[in-house]
Design a protein around this ligand. Structure first.
Ligand SMILES: *Cc1c(COP(=O)(O)O)cnc(C)c1O
Length: 409
């Protein structure tokens, strides 16, 4: 029983209990379900170790396994264990990057990560956000303040967060059509973009298309939503995003292709001093101005920094390039099988495809293992989609599995 006059041990390091929590991660068994957790807040607690034992079969046992051999559907990657360790440090320290006093070193480490990554995008600075939805909003907010924009122009394949940002910021949203490959149609752009922010997507949500970065500079502000494709800049595929360095701002989700635990993303600016000032507010109790959307926020930069130190640029590149090779292998198989149609050559590790017969596409949707494919409607067709976020995906097994469903006609 908790005694107020005694030191509360719950706030101290209990290595043994933490090791127990870690050991539970290694022997995952499905058990329990959410019904086994009561519907009302318990009056008396069961204690930490018992809680872990009860939650493990539920939280660990029923989770989607993003690093499984057939996990190849979503932009959510498995995370390397060094990010688990440093996330545990983060939780125990609970630094608040809003104040230098509550995050003396964490703020500097975020600056370091930003400084490491900026050159790959030709940007001069920026900060971390909890995702690219927030990064896109932050960038368009800076665009409104710095360039006086009244309109956001993006393709019909831009992420919904762009339209959402325009809505929040009170900006008109103009949607431009895409071509057969899912790329923004240049000729459909408004003639006058002198009061507009043009958003180009590097790796669209549905098919991974790359909008032409030659368009940068046509509008008062150009933002590149590289939430998915951005990390290619660290790889041998960097040229696919050539010209990104001319953008006014860039968004990258590190919780996608930089293998970070959620919520982790970057918003970067070409003129970071100006952009940052435009979105800074200084409350009386703050020694440093509050930059961007968030108030209190944590040290998401530390797991990213740790992974970058551990792997180096090369290690990051190897894993992304492995993902790209897996996507190419899958695309090759689809191209060769006369029963299947490939939407377009995968430019960013996203493979959209379907069977010629809609009923076969339907059967694939129903029979392929959970987590192996997702679906997306484009035009009048239902397409299947694979996303190469898992470097450990077993492509031979996946192709074999697809073939079996196709042959069961
Ligand atoms: C995922 C994604 C977003 C949104 O990013 P979150 O990190 O999920 O908030 C925006 N744009 C594109 C192209 C994306 O793939």
């Amino acid at each position: 029983m908790f005694m107020p006059h005694e030191f509360d041990q719950e706030f101290l390091l209990d290595s043994q209990a933490l090791l127990h929590a870690v050991s539970l991660m290694g022997k995952v068994s499905e058990g329990a379900n959410t019904a086994s957790i009561g519907d009302v807040l318990p009056e008396t607690g069961m204690g930490s170790v018992e809680t872990l034992n009860q939650l493990a079969p539920l939280v660990l046992g029923h989770a989607a396994r993003l690093g499984a051999p057939t996990a190849f559907a979503h932009k959510d990657p498995p995370t390397p264990w060094i990010t688990w360790a440093t996330t545990l440090w983060n939780a125990s320290l609970n630094q608040n990057l809003l104040h230098p006093a509550t995050a003396p070193v964490a703020r500097q480490l975020e600056e370091k990560v930003i400084a490491w990554l900026c050159p790959y995008f030709g940007m001069t600075g920026g900060h971390m956000t909890p995702g690219s939805s927030a990064a896109n909003l932050t960038a368009l907010w800076a665009a409104r303040e710095c360039a006086g924009i009244t309109e956001v122009v993006a393709s019909d394949s831009a992420h919904l967060s762009i339209k959402k940002a325009a809505n929040i910021l009170g900006l008109r949203f103009t949607m431009v059509p895409t071509d057969a490959q899912g790329v923004l149609c240049t000729e459909a752009l408004p003639r006058d973009m002198s009061r507009a922010a043009l958003v180009l997507t590097s790796g669209t949500t549905s098919v991974g298309a790359l909008d032409p970065l030659e368009l940068i500079g046509r509008a008062a502000w150009t933002h590149v939503d590289a939430a998915w494709g951005g990390p290619l800049r660290l790889t041998c595929f960097a040229d696919r995003l050539a010209g990104i360095e001319h953008a006014d701002s860039v968004a990258v989700s590190s919780h996608k292709w930089l293998f970070q635990p959620k919520e982790s993303a970057l918003v970067l600016f070409r003129d970071s001093v100006k952009a940052t000032e435009a979105i800074s507010f200084g409350g009386a109790y703050l020694t440093e101005p509050n930059v961007g959307l968030l108030g209190s926020h944590g040290a998401t930069a530390i797991p990213l920094l740790a992974m970058l130190m551990s792997w180096g640029r090369e290690g990051v590149a190897q894993r992304i390039e492995r993902c790209m090779a897996l996507a190419d292998e899958l695309a090759d198989f689809i191209r060769r099988d006369t029963r299947l149609v490939l939407f377009a050559e995968p430019m960013t590790g996203i493979v959209a495809w379907r069977a010629i017969e809609p009923k076969v596409t339907e059967r694939l949707t129903q029979q392929l293992p959970a987590g192996m494919i997702s679906t997306v409607a484009i035009g009048q067709h239902q397409w299947l989609r694979n996303t190469a976020a898992n470097p450990n995906a077993d492509m031979a097994l996946m192709i074999e599995t697809i073939r079996k469903v196709l042959d069961a006609e």
